[in-house]
Design a protein around this ligand. Structure first.
Ligand SMILES: Nc1ncnc2c1ncn2[C@@H]1O[C@H](COP(=O)(O)OP(=O)(O)OP(=O)(O)O)[C@@H](O)[C@H]1O
Ligand SMILES: [Mg+2]
Length: 355
C-alpha cells in the first residue's frame, strides 16, 4: 500500500547540509499497522512528510495505493491538482493536533470537506458521522480549548478521515498524551484499522506503542532503516535490536561452568512449561536472570535470560531441547556481554528454578 524506494532527503541550509533520510526502502502492506521507531533526529518526521509529499524527497520514489506520488508535480501547499487529489486519500494526524481554535469541533472536521468542495449539508452530515466514529458526537459544538488532549486528538483523527483515506499517517499522535489516554487513542486507531481496512503508518519513540498496535515495525537511525519486518518475526530473530528494545533484559554474563542464553517465546510455546521440562529431562539447573512477558498483536510473547549449569556439549544439548520446543535461543556471549552485578541488574529474579 505504501512503498518507498531508496528514498533520500537532504536539507540544505545556507551553511550546511543535513541528510535526514538516507536510502530508505520501506514497504507497508494493505491493512497493516506499521510503526517506525527511532531516537530524536533519526529522520522519522522527515520520512512521513516525504510519504505524503509535504516534503519533496531529494531522490527515490514514493508509491501510495498504486500511485507514484513523486511523479506528480508540486509539493506542500504548492501541490499540483493531481497530487492534491492523491493526498486526500492520505490522512495525517499530528502530535500537537493542529486544530483551529476559532472553529468548533465540527468546523475543524469540515475543513478538508470544504476544500473538497462538498455542500454545506453534505459536510455537516459527514463531519457528524466521523465524530460519531471517534466517539465525540456530543462535542460537535465545543471549541478545541474546551477539550482534553485525548479528545483533541480524536478530532484530529476524525479530520484525517474526512477524505475517506485508505492510508493514515500519524506522527507521534500520542506523545503529548498520558498513558491511559494514549491507550484509548491507540485502541481507536486499531479499531479504525480493522473496521475501515485502513492502512496505518505511525511514527513513535515509544516501544509500548509498537507493542500494543503494530503488525510490523522498523527501527530508524541516522536516516537509515536498520531493521524492519513483522513484529512477530523480529521477536524471533536472534540479535534483533527491536526485539531487545521491546523486551529489554538485564542480567549478568556466564561465569565459569555456566552458559547464559536469551530465550524468546512466541505463539503456542509461550504457554508450555519448557523451563521445568528442560530442568527435568536434562538434569540441569536453570536460573532465571531476567524475564519479560507481554501481549504483542494479540499474541502472548516474551523473552527470558536464563543461566544453564554446564558448558560445551551439555549446554548445546540443553539449547537443542529449547529450540526443539519452538523457542528462539541466543547464546549470550560472555566476551561481549556487559559485566553487570546480577543483584543490581535483576533484583529478585535470580532464584534457582529446580524441579
Ligand atoms: N526543514 C529542515 N531544515 C533543515 N534540517 C531539518 C529540517 N527538518 C529536519 N531537519 C533535520 O533533519 C534531521 C531529522 O529530523 P526529523 O525531524 O525527521 O527527526 P525525527 O526523527 O522526527 O525527530 P523527533 O523524534 O525529535 O521528532 C535532524 O537532524 C533535523 O535537524
Ligand atoms: Mg519528529
Amino acid at each position: 500500500m505504501i512503498t518507498t524506494t531508496d528514498l533520500t532527503k537532504v536539507y540544505r541550509t545556507r551553511d550546511r547540509e543535513v541528510t535526514a533520510i538516507d536510502g530508505v526502502s520501506l514497504h507497508v502492506d494493505p491493512g497493516e499497522v506499521y510503526g517506525v521507531i527511532g531516537r530524536s533526529g533519526a529522520g522519522k518526521s522527515s520520512l512521513i512528510r516525504c510519504v505524503n509529499l509535504l516534503e519533496r524527497p531529494s531522490s527515490g520514489t514514493v508509491t501510495v495505493d498504486g500511485t507514484d506520488l513523486t511523479a506528480l508535480a508540486g509539493r506542500g501547499p504548492r501541490a499540483g491538482k493531481e497530487l492534491r487529489r492523491a493526498r486526500t486519500r492520505i490522512g495525517m494526524v499530528f502530535q500537537h493536533f493542529n486544530l483551529l481554535s476559532s472553529r468548533t469541533v465540527q468546523g475543524n472536521v469540515e475543513l478538508p470537506l470544504e476544500i473538497l468542495g462538498l455542500t454545506r449539508r453534505a459536510r455537516a452530515a459527514k463531519a457528524l458521522e466521523l465524530l460519531d466514529l471517534v466517539g465525540l458526537a456530543e462535542k460537535s459544538r465545543a471549541y478545541p480549548a474546551q477539550l482534553s488532549g485525548g479528545q483533541k486528538q480524536r478530532v484530529g483523527i476524525a479530520r484525517a478521515l474526512a477524505g475517506d483515506p485508505k492510508v493514515l499517517l500519524s506522527d507521534e499522535a500520542t506523545s503529548a498524551l498520558d498513558p491511559e489516554t494514549t491507550r484509548s487513542v491507540l485502541r481507536l486507531l486499531r479499531d479504525l484499522n480493522q473496521q475501515l481496512g485502513l492502512t496505518v503508518l505511525l511514527i513513535t519513540h515509544e516501544m509500548d506503542v509498537v507493542k500494543s498496535v503494530c503488525d510490523s515495525a522498523a527501527l530508524m537511525r541516522e536516516g537509515r532503516l536498520v531493521e524492519s519486518g513483522k513484529v512477530s518475526d523480529l521477536l524471533a530473530t536472534p540479535g534483533s535490536e527491536l526485539a531487545a528494545e521491546l523486551f529489554p533484559l538485564a542480567g549478568a554474563a556466564s561465569g565459569a561452568g555456566r552458559t547464559v542464553v536469551d530465550v524468546t517465546f512466541h505463539g503456542e510455546s509461550a504457554g508450555r512449561p519448557v523451563i521445568s521440562g528442560l530442568a527435568r529431562t536434562h538434569d540441569t539447573d536453570v536460573s532465571i536472570l531476567a524475564a519479560a512477558m507481554d501481549t504483542v498483536g494479540g499474541r502472548q510473547v516474551g523473552r527470558m535470560r536464563v543461566e544453564l549449569s554446564g558448558t560445551g556439549a551439555d549446554a548445546d544439548r540443553a539449547i537443542g531441547y529449547l529450540r526443539d520446543q519452538g523457542l528462539t535461543v541466543e547464546v549470550h556471549d560472555p566476551r561481549t556481554a556487559p559485566s553487570a552485578d546480577l543483584a543490581d541488574a535483576a533484583p529478585g529474579a535470580a532464584d534457582l528454578v529446580k524441579e
